[in-house]
Design a protein around this ligand. Sequence first.
Ligand code: ADE
Ligand code: ZN
Length: 353
Amino acid sequence: MVNIDDIPIQYLPTLIKAMPKAELHIHIEGSLEPELIFQLARRNGIALPYSNVGDLRAAYAFSDLQSFLDVYYACASVLQQEQDFYDMAWSYLTRAAAEHVVHAEIFFDPQTHTQRGVAMGAIVFGLSRACQDAHERLGVDAQLILCFLRHLSEESAMETLEQALPFREHFIGVGLDSSELGNPPEKFAKVFARCKAFGLHRVAHAGEEGPSSYVSKALDILEVERIDHGVNAIHDPDLMKRLVRERIPITVCPLSNVKLRVFPSLDAHNLVQMLNMGVCVTLNSDDPAYFGGYINDNYLQTVETLKLSSRQVFVLARNSFEASFVSAKQREIWLKDLEYCFENFRPETESKS
Ligand code: ADE
Ligand code: ZN
């Protein structure tokens, strides 16, 4: 049996690709690859402000969160029919399966689409059907989390919740995303309280560009169970102690943080500091089509740049299951699979496959 602490770093890339993992922070609209964007634009007769895939990719030079969101919302306009939502999700899920993601909790932004006249049912049924097919055909467990856009009003979020309630069995929780600065958690206090009453899980983006106080408020006012990004929590020592004490997970997205200039470079990222302090850090891709990598790229580049050990890689993957909204029984099964993968790792056989 292999000791998890003794796996040489040259074998970590093979191990990272092979290990079972959960992805907990992925915006499905952020998985739309340029090729699929153009395919859907043609299918639906939509004119894009970019003449080809190359032009579009050239627009992926972001200066901050807002500069990204402007492109992301423009590209989401190609999604019109239920089948478009299915195709987008299926494309992500086949990729996730190939990267040994066994469980994904997938964000979707209904307001981006309902504002353009797309029916809530078309969005939810398209995504949900892809999740069901992924379970049956790819062995990936995928669940949906409905996100409210924080640059819109709380009334709009409340209306969106009402529109979604007839499809309640198709999503496990709610989140909060989009432009963070100037849109603090308390703006959504009532709608999150209503979501809690419906037994929905609650998460929120906080401390990505916003201050550490947004993380505290997301916990205190929105009563979220996980924080998305959360990297600015580091500026508040008491909050850091709380994250550790209450074992509140944060879903970190290193490649996203570099692309959106939350950190000037990957080697300046604080995730190792957070890990070493005992925070339940998970690794995720956020918007992989826009940020240059899916989940394994996030692991691979982070491990290489920040010189993570085999134990730290194991802990990150273990945290992904611990932080997920799955049953205790299912969590145990995946944790055992993860341990088995590390303890029985044989580089010679693995690297040939
Ligand atoms: N929507 C998609 N990606 C996002 C991010 N990184 N932050 C906030 N909202 C988002
Ligand atoms: Zn995000």
